[in-house]
Design a protein around this ligand. Structure first.
Ligand code: NCD
Length: 321
C-alpha cells in the first residue's frame, strides 16, 4: 500500500521538549489531543491506530501518573505497551543509559517514552535509537506532555491561551514543568509571571521572557491562571527554604492569597501535591476553582495526541509479511 503524502504538520521525529516548537506545531498537537477527549469518555475507548506497534515506557525515575497516563494512552490506541522501571532494569547491574537504549532498540520498538533524572539524557538516548522518542521528563529540563496537557486544560476552560496572564508559583528552579510551560505559554502569546522566593528562581530567569515576583499577592494580582508547583525536595542539595511551615505562610496558596487573582482564576497543579506545603488542602479539592483532576484526565488525551502525531512518521506496517 502506498501512503498518501500528508502535509507535514509536525516535522519532528521525536518530542523532546517544547522549546523550539512553533505556535502552529503546538496547536496541531493540542488539536489532535482534543479529539481524544470525547473518545476517552465513551465505554469503548479503543482504537486501532497503533495496532502492531510496540511502545516501551522506560522510567529511570519513579512516576505514577505520567507512566500510567502513557500506558493507558498507548493501550487505547491499540499498541503493545511494555513498562520498564529502573528497579528491574540492568542499570542496577551497571549497564549504561546508552547500552540500555541500544538493547531495547534491537527489539524494534516503535516508540520509547523516557523519563530520566538527568537533564539532556533523553535527547542523548534519542540519538542512538531508530524509533520515535517522547520525553516524559528529564531532570529539571523539560516535560513537554505536561505543558501540553496544561495548555489543553486552559484552552478548554478559557477558549484561548493568548492574552491570558498565568502565574507559575513555587519551586521554579527544580521544575521541568515550569520550563516547558514557560516555553509553551510565551510561544502561544500568554503573559507569564514567575512567583517564588529568590532561592528557588533559576539564575537565567532574565532570559525567559517572563515577569518575576517574590511576593505572592503581587504576583497573583489580576491573574487568570494560578499554577502551583511541588516543592521538589529530592532535587535540592542543601536548604532552599527555612521550613515547610514558613514556606506555606509566604508561598503556599490559600484563600486569602488567591483573593489577589481574578475572581474566576483557575488553580492548577501537575501533581503530586504536597498538601499544606504549596497548597491549602481544602482549596485543592474545591472543584469550583481547582482543575487539577481535569489536568489528569486531559493528560491521557494529550499522550494519545502525541503518540498519534509521531506515529504518522513511522514506517508503514506491511500486514502481508
Ligand atoms: C511532575 C514531574 O515529574 O516533573 N509531575 C508529573 O509529571 N506529574 C512534577 C513534580 O514531580 O512535581
Amino acid at each position: 500500500m502506498t501512503a498518501v503524502p500528508s502535509p507535514i504538520e509536525f516535522p519532528h521525529r521525536h518530542l523532546l521538549g517544547i522549546e523550539g516548537l512553533s505556535p502552529d506545531e503546538i496547536t496541531h498537537l493540542l488539536d489532535r489531543s482534543d479529539s481524544y477527549v470525547a473518545l476517552n469518555r465513551r465505554a469503548d475507548k479503543k482504537t486501532t491506530l497503533l495496532r502492531g506497534r510496540t511502545q516501551i515506557n522506560l522510567f529511570f525515575e519513579s512516576s505514577t501518573r505520567t507512566r500510567t497516563s502513557f500506558e493507558l494512552a498507548g493501550k487505547r490506541l491499540g499498541a503493545d505497551v511494555i513498562n520498564m522501571a529502573v528497579a528491574t532494569s540492568a542499570i542496577k547491574k551497571g549497564e549504561t543509559l546508552i547500552d540500555t537504549a541500544m538493547t531495547l532498540n534491537a527489539m524494534h520498538p516503535d516508540v520509547l517514552v523516557v523519563r530520566h533524572p538527568e537533564s539532556g539524557a533523553v535527547k542523548l538516548l534519542s540519538q542512538k535509537v531508530n524509533c520515535a522518542v517522547i520525553n516524559a521528563g528529564d531532570g529539571s529540563h523539560e516535560h513537554p506532555t505536561q505543558a501540553l496537557l496544561d495548555a489543553l486544560t486552559i484552552r478548554r476552560r478559557r477558549k484561548r491561551i493568548a492574552g491570558l496572564t498565568v502565574a507559575i508559583c513555587g519551586d521554579i528552579m527544580h521544575s521541568r514543568v515550569a520550563r516547558s510551560n514557560i516555553h509553551l505559554l510565551t510561544t502561544m502569546g500568554a503573559r507569564v509571571r514567575l512567583v517564588a522566593p529568590p532561592t528557588l528562581l533559576p539564575a537565567a530567569v532574565g532570559r525567559l521572557g517572563v515577569e518575576v515576583f517574590t511576593d505572592m499577592r503581587e504576583g497573583l494580582s489580576g491573574c487568570d491562571i494560578v499554577m502551583m508547583l511541588r516543592l521538589q525536595t529530592e532535587r535540592m542539595q542543601g536548604s532552599f527554604v527555612p521550613s515547610q511551615r514558613e514556606y506555606f505562610r509566604f508561598f503556599g496558596l490559600d484563600r486569602d492569597k488567591l483573593k489577589a487573582a481574578n475572581d474566576d482564576a483557575l488553580i492548577m497543579h501537575p501533581g503530586p501535591m504536597n498538601r499544606g506545603t504549596e497548597i491549602d488542602s481544602e482549596l485543592a479539592d474545591d472543584i469550583t476553582r481547582a482543575v487539577i483532576l481535569d489536568q489528569v484526565e486531559l493528560g491521557v488525551a494529550v499522550r494519545q495526541g502525541c503518540l498519534d502525531v509521531l506515529s504518522r512518521d513511522l514506517p508503514e506496517l506491511d500486514h502481508n509479511v
